[in-house]
Design a protein around this ligand. Structure first.
Ligand SMILES: Cc1ncc(COP(=O)(O)O)c(C=O)c1O
Ligand SMILES: [Zn+2]
Length: 406
């Protein structure tokens, strides 16, 4: 597809052959770029089952002979939950489970796009800073594509995510600092060594890969767009991508509606919500972030401007939830639907529960952005314990009785 890059801050339009990452005038924080297309073709059929995200290649900034990671990225399940909709007072309730991607998070959609771009531009090494999932995604997809990956994560990232990186053969730099510090360090190092950058917001193409989550959901719902879409928010790229995915489908004439997009943050890391509520989107309300939802423990959101603009355009807003509410949401979602989400993955559900009275009789779609097995340690304190017994029938019966199972 033919496309250009437009600065979200000053509106200047750039030729993608001349500018790779962010607006040279507005800088890397506010000058993030939007991909704008000349026009979309009149596609009516999508081979989502076989192609995953590439079923939407006509909506993506790639050439006809683009590189496709040899893994099925996307084509994740969308569940309709009628009973739960009734319990929550909603008209319909849908869950898009993106924990079912190859490396178990939504980030695979962005990494597949970044690798396609890196290959197009002739890079053999790609780097990123990440709270964990973008990193494990990049390292897994890079391994599948024969590329080298260099990863910067905060030392505190959950062990499953760090182990995933090492298993895939990435070079891992565990930064003794926050995600925000790891991000700044990675930009400096990556720039020096001339590697391709897969950092949230800085690379404008990631959002395009991510928007396929919304497009796929629309396709699975037979173009019946829900009233509200909810997703968790750290840097703000995923929430922006949900809006843009639905918007591009509307521009292409495949749908006639864009849902209200609601971003959900952790209370200890709600910089984007506070910026949005201040009404001054280009003065980010940065903070020292903490949340057990490590994937969204972001104090300096990099896609702040885009996320605020897009969410506002959709008529949506941001809400925040406590870590306790996130913990309860993980357990409830797992027990009521069988979908096991990592803390950031269940955050959208926690947000939905918090504002369910405002959403009465609406049809609501939530995105589960990461799999629960990514971080079992955090959720342990929200569940019961096992019953240890000797290998004897009477002992088993006693504990079953105590546990109320018989
Ligand atoms: C599981 C999960 N959910 C949500 C997010 C938030 O995405 P963004 O940082 O683009 O807001 C992330 C980002 O790392 C994530 O890993
Ligand atoms: Zn600019």
């Amino acid at each position: 597809m033919n496309y250009k890059l437009k600065c979200v801050h000053c509106g200047k339009i750039y030729d993608p052959k001349k500018v790779k990452y962010t607006c040279p005038v507005c800088g890397s924080r506010l000058g993030t770029l939007e991909v704008i297309y000349d026009e979309f073709p009149q596609v009516k059929k999508f081979d989502v089952g076989h192609k995953g995200i590439w079923a939407f290649a006509d909506f993506l900034p790639v050439k006809a002979d683009h590189f496709e990671v040899p893994l099925l990225v996307g084509n994740t399940p969308l569940y309709e939950k009628k009973d739960l909709a009734r319990q929550l007072g909603l008209k319909n309730f849908y869950i898009k489970d993106d924990g079912r991607n190859p490396t178990a998070s939504y980030k695979d959609r962005a990494s597949a796009m970044a690798i396609a771009k890196a290959k197009e531009l002739g890079f053999d090494t790609i780097y990123c800073a990440s709270t964990g999932n973008a990193a494990s995604s990049l390292s897994g997809l890079a391994a599948a594509s024969g590329m080298k990956s260099v990863i910067f994560v905060p030392k505190s990232a959950p062990v499953a995510k760090i182990t995933q990186l090492l298993v895939y053969g990435a070079t891992v730099i565990a930064v003794d600092g926050s995600y925000d510090e790891a991000f700044d360090l990675s930009l400096e190092v990556g720039e020096k060594f001339g590697w391709y950058c897969r950092n949230s917001a800085v690379n404008p193409y990631l959002l395009e890969g991510k928007k396929t989550g919304a497009m796929e959901a629309a396709y699975q719902l037979r173009w019946n767009i829900p009233d509200v879409a909810m997703v968790s928010v750290g840097d703000g790229t995923v929430v922006s991508s949900i809006y843009k995915g639905f918007k591009d489908l509307k521009i292409a004439g495949l749908t006639n509606k864009i849902p209200i997009v609601i971003g959900v943050q952790a209370e200890g890391a709600n910089a984007l919500m506070r910026t949005f509520n201040s009404g001054i989107f280009d003065k980010p309300q940065d903070m020292n972030a903490f949340s057990m939802a490590d994937s969204i423990a972001v104090g300096k959101p990099r896609d702040v401007l885009k996320a605020c603009k897009y969410v506002k355009e959709s008529g949506g807003k941001f809400v925040s939830v406590s870590d306790a509410e996130i913990g309860e949401a993980i357990v409830e979602l797992a027990r009521k639907t069988g979908v096991f989400a990592e803390p950031a993955g269940a955050t959208a559900y926690a947000g939905l529960k918090k504002i369910k009275n405002e959403l009465k009789n609406k049809s609501v779609l939530i995105f589960v952005t990461g799999n629960g097995l990514k971080d079992v340690k955090t959720v342990k304190s929200f569940v019961g314990h096992v019953h240890v017994v000797k290998p004897e029938f009477d002992a088993a019966r006693e504990v079953l009785k105590d546990a109320g199972a018989i």
